[in-house]
Unconditional design. Structure first.
Length: 270
């Protein structure tokens, strides 16, 4: 049976396409396509990007991508190591040891049965008499606390026109915690592109973005993105356009920190 790379190469040749034409349609670099056809993926980024490359390649040359991916997984799946079971010998207990244990148990039972019991009468006799109760002293009346003063009302500025400004009581106002995230990255896909994204260490996306799709990421400390095609996406950080990630077909990883993200923003937007 032909390998995954051989099947893709045969389908490409039957479709009359060159590697350069496939690279232009898939936005995948030519050297990656050559490695795929040779079944040598040692230099190709692993994980989700291998599936994205195989899927895009298969669609262009007219092959069903799902069986192709299943065959690739079956061919590259590693065998689990055998589990070694350690067998230990069970010590043999002699009859004399069993007899001694039974004798010790019987002696302990006889001693427990002959031990004196503490009855209710014995407990009452051993308990010392309680001290005589004395007449309670008159309870001291605690002073009545003074009522708390009413909150001071401070008027705001004078009326503006015919509309009076509201009067706010001092002490009743409480600061409202901001609800907006400290870091917001908005991603726009210009074409098909695989992406692996996380915010504050929690994975948020691990899939293929289609052309025109938007992806919003929010975090407090850091946002990480691994993009399969640097030229297939644009992004903004807190509403400001980000710098270009690279050329078509380039795999790019970018880390956006909450403090210092301005270095990733276009100079005109900083």
């Amino acid at each position: 049976m032909a390998t995954v790379g051989e099947r893709l190469r045969q389908a490409r040749e039957q479709a009359g396409l060159s590697l350069s034409e496939v690279a232009a349609r898939t936005k995948i670099q030519r050297w990656i396509l050559e490695d795929i056809e040779r079944d040598d993926l040692s230099r190709v980024p692993g994980g989700v990007f291998v599936r994205g490359y195989l899927t895009s390649f298969a669609r262009v040359v007219g092959i069903d991508a799902d069986p192709l991916w299943a065959d690739y997984r079956a061919a590259t799946q590693t065998l689990e190591p055998a589990v070694l079971v350690e067998r230990r010998s069970v010590p043999i207990v002699s009859r004399w040891t069993v007899v001694r244990v039974i004798g010790i148990v019987l002696i302990a039972a006889v001693m427990w049965m002959n031990a004196p019991r503490r009855t209710h009468d014995n407990v009452a006799a051993d308990t010392p008499p309680a001290a005589p109760k004395t007449a309670p002293k008159a309870a001291l009346k605690a002073p009545t606390p003074a009522p708390a003063p009413a909150p001071e009302i401070v008027p705001v500025a004078a009326t503006t026109g015919s509309t009076a400004q509201p009067v706010i009581p001092v002490g009743d106002a409480h600061p409202i915690a901001p609800t907006a995230a400290a870091l917001v990255v908005q991603i726009h896909a210009k074409g098909e592109c695989w992406i692996d994204a996380s915010a504050d260490g929690e994975q948020k996306a691990y899939r293929l973005l289609t052309a025109g799709e938007e992806l919003r990421l929010e975090g407090a400390k850091e946002i990480r993105m691994l993009v399969g095609d640097a030229a297939a996406v644009t992004y903004s950080i807190n509403g400001k356009p980000g710098r270009a990630l690279g050329a078509s077909g380039v795999v790019r990883e970018i880390v956006v920190p909450a403090i210092g993200y301005e270095a990733l923003v276009e100079p005109s937007a900083g």
